[in-house]
Write a protein that binds this ligand. Structure first.
Ligand SMILES: Cc1ncc(COP(=O)(O)O)c(C=O)c1O
Length: 405
């Protein structure tokens, strides 16, 4: 028997259409796929090149600094005897999340179900969604994700807990649930004490749920500029959390997880006995916001930009506006440029005003900026470049980008 396939056979096996539009649809899909593949390849083609040759604006991390920051934070939390569950809402890049896990992180914290889905698909096994998941559609996604990873979620409402439990029970999974406790942030969460106990008891009695513990984010204490006031504010908040955990235990509920803390409280919260996990994440980039919150590490996240105009000797225009760096937080800082009076961001322009005239930077020159707030910068980018010794080592898709559901 002749098993060879002839061209005529292939052609005759292909469907034929009487109307021209199916051919048009196939053609459009082919062109779209080709364009997507080409653009991704261009990004990959940057690997090995000089960082300063990247087309701009480009988001990049200095890998040596990033790895040093991650190692320092891992050692800090290990030294305090707490688990590290970094919040990845501002990191969004699975390649970096795997660096965190390799350094000893016990799992991750996410803000959204869609972020958690991305991370589970990237192989992350232990995920806390530090948010309330309330719509039926998202609850369905949440309980289905429980098959892919060990997923835990925050609740602050008994009816919401029942809805998650019913959905989980219906498909034969158990969702981990922590009670979110409002310890002064006045965002979401139930009050400490009796209200926390009542919700914990409800969760423990609901089929499809596993009561995993308590959580708070004592972020309101970042507003204290005085370190002593900040420390005492944090201790007060965490004290309420721990007292609520003790109340649950006294009523026969095991509280395995007591989760709190962020980059802005990383110097205090891990050392309060009774906290089991710390959610600090953004500190790994140590941008200007984290520096202002007392993170004692080196900046690792940058945006490369190009000078597009020099209207006056006192003004430099860059190709990065608030769609690249986001407005509303601290202004970004130019690296190695003296006498910068201000950096103002309009949509697509960075407007740098110098306090002294200087024409050294010319049109076409590149500059690096430290973002004001990485959390509000990374989410605007498709790609994060990993740079070592000035050379591009990696081009990572920011897979958590746009994951706001
Ligand atoms: C629930 C929760 N945990 C922790 C943090 C701290 O995150 P990071 O360390 O990235 O600032 C935040 C910040 O908004 C948060 O919302």
């Amino acid at each position: 028997m002749d098993l060879r396939v002839r061209g005529d056979d292939v052609l005759s096996a292909m469907p034929t259409f009487e109307q021209p539009w199916p051919y048009l649809v196939i053609f459009v899909f082919f062109v779209r796929g080709f364009v997507i593949c080409r653009s991704y390849n261009f990004t990959m083609n940057d690997i090995g090149s000089d960082k300063n040759q990247l087309d701009t604006p480009a988001l990049w991390v200095d890998l040596e600094t990033l790895e040093r920051n991650i190692a320092a934070l891992a050692a800090h939390f290990a030294g305090a005897g707490v688990g590290w569950r970094p919040h990845i809402k501002g990191i969004k890049t699975p390649a970096i999340v795997h660096k965190l896990l390799a350094a000893g992180a016990i799992g991750i914290t996410c803000a959204k179900v869609s972020e958690a889905e991305v991370m589970a698909a990237a192989g992350v096994r232990d995920i806390l969604i530090a948010n309330q998941i309330v719509t039926p559609h998202k609850i369905a996604r949440l309980v289905n994700l429980c098959r892919q990873a060990e997923v835990k979620v925050l609740v602050d409402d008994a009816a919401n807990a029942s809805a998650i439990g019913a959905a989980a029970h219906a498909i034969g999974v158990t969702a981990g649930v922590l009670v979110e406790v409002n310890t002064g942030m006045d965002r979401s969460g139930v009050l400490p004490g009796a209200a926390t106990l009542a919700l914990a008891q409800h969760i423990a009695q609901t089929p499809g749920l596993h009561f995993a513990g308590l959580q708070t984010w004592e972020g309101h204490n970042l507003a204290h500029s005085d370190p002593a006031a900040k420390q005492s504010g944090i201790e007060q908040s965490i004290g309420q959390l721990l007292a609520s955990a003790d109340l649950c235990r006294a009523n026969g509920l095991p509280v395995r997880i007591v989760s709190a803390g962020g980059s802005g409280t990383y110097a205090v919260t891990p050392f309060i006995k009774g906290v089991t996990e710390i959610e600090a994440g953004g500190a790994i980039f140590c941008d200007l916001m984290y520096q202002s919150w007392g993170v004692a590490l080196q900046p690792a996240l940058f945006v490369r930009a190009t000078v597009t105009s020099r209207p006056t000797p006192n003004r430099i225009i860059l190709d990065c506006g608030f769609k690249t760096l986001t407005r509303g937080f601290l202004s970004p800082q130019l690296v190695g440029v003296a006498d910068v009076q201000s950096v103002v961001l309009s949509a697509e322009h960075g407007i740098v005003t110098l306090s002294k005239p200087n024409t050294a930077l010319r049109i076409g020159d590149g500059v690096d900026l430290v973002p004001g707030y990485g959390d509000a910068t990374v989410f605007a980018h498709d790609v994060m470049y990993g740079v070592r010794n000035g050379r591009v080592e990696a081009a990572w898709p920011v897979l958590g980008r746009g994951k706001i559901q």
